[in-house]
Write a protein that binds this ligand. Sequence first.
Ligand code: F3S
Length: 291
Amino acid sequence: MEVRLAECAGFCFGVKRAVDTVYEQVETGKTIYTYGPIVHNGEVVRDLEKKGVRVIEGKGELLRLAEEERPDGGPLPAVVIRAHGVPREIQEILKEKGLECVDATCPFVKKIHRIVEKAGEEGRHVVIVGDPSHPEVEGIKGWCSGPATVIETREEAERFFLPEGENVCVVSQTTFNYNKFQDIVEIFQKKGYNDTIVNTICNATEERQRSAKAIAAEADVMIVIGGEHSSNTRKLYDICVRECANTYFIQTLDDLHLELPKAVRLVGITAGASTPNKLIEEVQNYVRVNF
Ligand code: F3S
């Protein structure tokens, strides 16, 4: 029997890079904070907590931290910016208050910051297609040097009116749905705006789904690992179960009560965006050893 892991499973490049950065920083012996949980995975956050890493939950907490007395000569606490990025204001606070900023913003998100910053300087109105309450979108908005609007639905796009004489620059949240983005772009084009459209959707999600589907289509049994409330893991499960009726959704190894039919040749494994490699390997090894 073969156990095969999907080509793209678990952390995307940006999240892996940010998590690795925190572990590297821990090794320096400095006091480490992360601005928001580094990844939506309780286990990883708890593991880092045990190593002394603390989470700052927002600007207020950051300002309080900055005011704390520090023993003279001690190393500065370092604050790691996670893959989603932060508004420029947060980086400025870090600099002003003399805290060390370790920027682990995903380079693809950083690129959007540069695009919107430049668009603002050129006098363009920036439209961010995405979820206004998502930290990545809040971060992007915080790099706009001119007017900016966040649009999430077709209806909002229909209602949007650009003041006469203004040009628009449209970007998207990296995890936004491609078809929905296209719909919104079409509405803008019909309105005849003079616009620059930059599709900044990252293909990590699509790649993960594509490779899960490819394995599920061949597998006799499929295992999807991820958080109960993780919408991207649920989506992976839906894709896999359509291809392979014997698909299991598990959060940890403890949830895995595999009953393998006799003639199983291939067990496929995939994992959601916040699932650490360690857990994926555990499941992989367990299936290899026990069946
Ligand atoms: Fe991940 Fe960066 Fe893409 S954080 S989803 S690789 S934009």
